[in-house]
Design a binder for this molecule. Sequence first.
Ligand code: F6R
Length: 241
Amino acid sequence: MEVVIHPDSGAVARTTADIVQGRLEQGHAALGLATGSTPLGAYRELIRRHRQEGLSFARAQAFTLDEYLGLPPEHLGSYRSVIRREFTDSVDFPDRAVHSLDGHAPDPVAEAARYEAAIAAAGGIDVQILGIGTDGHIGFNEPMSSLASRTRIKTLTEQTRRDNARFFPAPEDVPHHVLTQGLATIRDARHLLLIGLGEAKAEAIAAAVEGPLAAACPASSLQLHPHTTVLVDQAAASRLQ
Ligand code: F6R
C-alpha cells in the first residue's frame, strides 16, 4: 500500500482528481465511484476541471459501488440519483455510461450477477475511488464480510445506518438492506484509491493500513492488492504509527 498524507482535504481532492485525470487522458476509462461525503471534494474538483480546463468524460464509463435495496432508482437517496446529482450530471458523462445497481430489481440476486457481468463487459474498472466507514467498511461490506465476496445482498449494521441517517428525512428511513460490490469485486479494479478524511476515520484507516488482514476490518483486504493508494488528511492519518 502506498500511503499519501496531505495537509488537508483540498489537497486530497486535487490528488484524487490528478489520478483520475491521468487515467482519462489515456483513452477509454472505467471509473469506480463511491458515494457518501468523502469523495465530494474530488468530484467538485473534476467538475471544475471539466468546466474550466476542458477535461472530458465523454469516452469514460462509471460504476457505482453499492445501492440501497428497496429504493426506486429515482428516489433522491438512491446512489443512482446521488452520483448523478453530485457528479456525473455536471460533466459530459453520457448518462447511459453511468452504471449502477438497481435497488428495486425484482430479483436482487440476479441483479448482482448482472452487475458483475456489466463490469466484466466493460473490461474491468481502471480506477476505483473508495471511502471508508468508521467500522472499516468499504462499499457496504460490513465487518466480517468474506474477503472473497462478490456483488451480493448485505445487511447494514446499526452503526452504518446511524452514520448514513443524515442523507434521509428520518433515521428510520435508512434501509436495512443493500446491494454492494464484494471485496473481491473491488480488488479486481486495477488501481484502488482509498480516501480517509477527518479524525472520525483515523482508527479505521490505521486498522486498514497497519492492522492485520482481517474480515473484522474489510478495508484491510486492500493490503492484498498490488496497487492501492491511501489518500488521507492529517486528521485521518493521526493514528498511523
Ligand atoms: C458509499 C460507500 C461507503 C462510504 C462510507 C464512508 O458508496 O461505498 O463505503 O464510502 O460509508 O461514507 P462517508 O464518505 O459519507 O463518510
